[in-house]
Design a protein. Sequence first.
Length: 109
Amino acid sequence: MLFLGLLLLAATAAFTGLAISDNLGGGPHYTVSVLGNDIATLSTLAIFCAGLALALIFSLGLWMATGGAIRQRNRRIRMRDERDALTARLSECRVRSREIFDVVYSVHP
């Protein structure tokens, strides 16, 4: 999810940057072109709505990237806690086995 969010962020940022840089001139109707290809002719209201849509897509990508990073961090913390618990349990078992070994061999030399 982190990768998809970052990919979505990069795609919307690149598309917005290209659309702005290729369309600096205008009139009552703007011809939107990206990399030399005319995509559509839009009015100012349509361009505003397209900007809102791009902002929402960018926000979705940001939310996905943040959610993925938080999930990865929580998983890493959980795995570290489980590893520490297992290490403590293993140490306890080793101490017990050593005590049993000492008791058995002290009774029967």
